[in-house]
Design a protein around this ligand. Structure first.
Ligand code: GLU
Length: 452
């Protein structure tokens, strides 16, 4: 049974970067008929906000990425305590007393000697007396996970292929702060075990976290922690996606404008975001595909490239227009101008880049339209058109055929003045569909006014 999770920290709105992670995890789960978990990573009480938890739910709902189960790290602190105790009893967690400043000095010295800034494990060799002295000074320890340096850490990454890390090149990660609060590293592994997550798919900024977390998983299993009822006994499969980049490099500076709410305000359809992000960075073509089943069926980690995926807002606009041209009336009805029916939507739809523009085009039907000054010969032609206008099955075809016959005009000279007189514009919706919506009386009035 496939189980995936999307684990946002509620410290801001979702943006294209994390929407992409959410989407791909959702697609993996839906493709396999599995479970998609929304896990709120809110152990950082200072930065987490309830309003963002609600915004994340609202954004995912708007995007149509429904989740089967919701979990919150802040409700699971007893599990982290149990895991911590199990690892501590197994000798895999140790107390450290260095201040942030001391650690900083150590790092600077290492770097100045050309060495990697890896924690030197000084706390491991502290005597009981030295520890007691620190505590007598009122210094509480923070806690590190002891990496096992014996074996390289390996995994078969679903996107990056075989990954190999030398654990000696990594610092023992701090898993718990001196005030007792949790850092990301251990709770995430505990959750993945408890929630039987089978596939962890996330950005490549997490690759080195995966190396550490594989050791945490293994240590928890060895400590008997994973023997708890319903806990996964095996490691999840890991895959790390190349990050998104903008046209000018990093996306991070522009993430505000690429947040879900900003995109929604700009008139971007959820289906456009989904269609673009489903395939961006893969070998499959990005197309305005409305049918999610099609996107899900074709989703395959093997098609993902290792190069950063270019996110281009022009692509998003292009896909959005392509999606709008396909949206059925029912999907947009509440957002359309008053009085606009399915026929009206059908007529204006091909001209829209955003649904909201329907109002501008609908004014061509309801009026008033802008009128221009026509040259004498065009005025005579339009007066003839007003006389010949007859209302039947296909009024536009009938009108243009009759005018061609009587005036000898054809092509642009025939069609353009009619369009201009009837809509006030040089381009726009298909006239054969538009004219019936304008109606006979109004159409004749417009032609007569133009001929005046
Ligand atoms: N809260 C983490 C993040 O947003 C989750 C990472 C993970 O998927 O494990 O980066």
């Amino acid at each position: 049974m496939t189980t995936t999770r999307f684990a946002p920290s509620p410290t801001g709105r979702l943006h294209v970067g994390n929407i992409r992670t959410a989407l791909h995890n959702w697609m993996l789960a839906r493709q396999a008929g599995g479970t998609f978990i929304l896990r709120i990573d809110d152990t950082d009480a200072e930065r987490s906000r309830e309003e963002y938890v609600e915004a994340i739910r609202a954004d995912l709902t708007w995007l149509g990425l429904g989740w089967d189960r919701e979990e919150r790290q802040s409700a699971r602190l007893d599990r982290y305590e149990a895991a911590f105790e199990a690892l501590r009893a197994a000798g895999r967690i140790y107390p450290c007393y260095e201040s942030a400043q001391e650690l900083d000095v150590k790092r600077k010295i290492q770097l100045s000697r050309g060495l990697p800034p890896i924690y030197d494990r000084a706390a491991l060799t502290m005597t009981d007396e030295a520890r007691a002295a620190k505590e007598a000074e009122g210094i509480q320890p923070h806690w590190r996970f002891l990496l096992d340096h014996d074996e390289p850490i390996r995994w078969e990454d679903g996107i990056r292929g075989t990954q190999k890390f030398d654990p000696a090149q990594l610092s023992d990660p701090v898993v718990r702060r001196a005030d007792g609060s949790w850092l990301y590293m251990m709770p995430s592994a505990v959750d993945d075990i408890d929630m039987c997550v089978t596939q962890v798919l996330r950005g490549e900024d997490h690759v080195s976290n995966t190396a550490v977390q594989i050791q945490i998983f293994t240590a928890l299993h060895a400590a008997g922690f994973a023997a708890a009822d319903g806990a996964a006994k095996t490691l999840p499969a890991f895959a790390h996606e190349a990050l998104l980049v903008g046209r000018e490099g990093k996306l991070s500076k522009r993430l505000g404008s690429l947040a879900c709410d900003a995109l929604q305000e700009r008139g971007i359809e959820p289906e456009a975001i989904i269609a673009l992000l489903a395939r961006l960075g893969t070998s499959q073509p990005v197309e305005p595909i409305v049918d999610r089943a099609q996107l899900i069926a074709g989703f395959d980690l093997a098609t993902f490239g290792r190069a950063p995926a270019k996110f281009d807002e022009d692509d998003l606009e292009r896909i959005n227009a392509g999606i709008v041209h396909q949206l059925p009336y029912e999907a947009v009805a509440p957002r359309l101008p008053k009085g606009m029916d399915a026929a009206g939507w059908h007529v204006v739809r091909p001209n829209l880049a955003h649904v909201a523009e329907a109002a501008e085009w609908w004014r061509l039907v309801t009026g008033p339209i802008g009128q221009r000054e026509f040259a004498d010969d065009d005025r005579a032609f339009l007066a003839e058109a007003a006389r010949m206008l007859a209302w039947g099955e296909e009024p536009w075809a009938a009108l243009t055929a009759a005018l061609k016959e009587t005036t000898g005009r054809k092509g642009r000279a025939l069609f353009l003045p009619l369009r201009q007189a009837l809509t006030g514009m040089d381009h726009g919706p298909d006239m054969s569909e538009l004219l019936p919506l304008i109606g006979e009386t109004e159409a004749r009035a417009r032609l007569t006014r133009a001929a005046d």
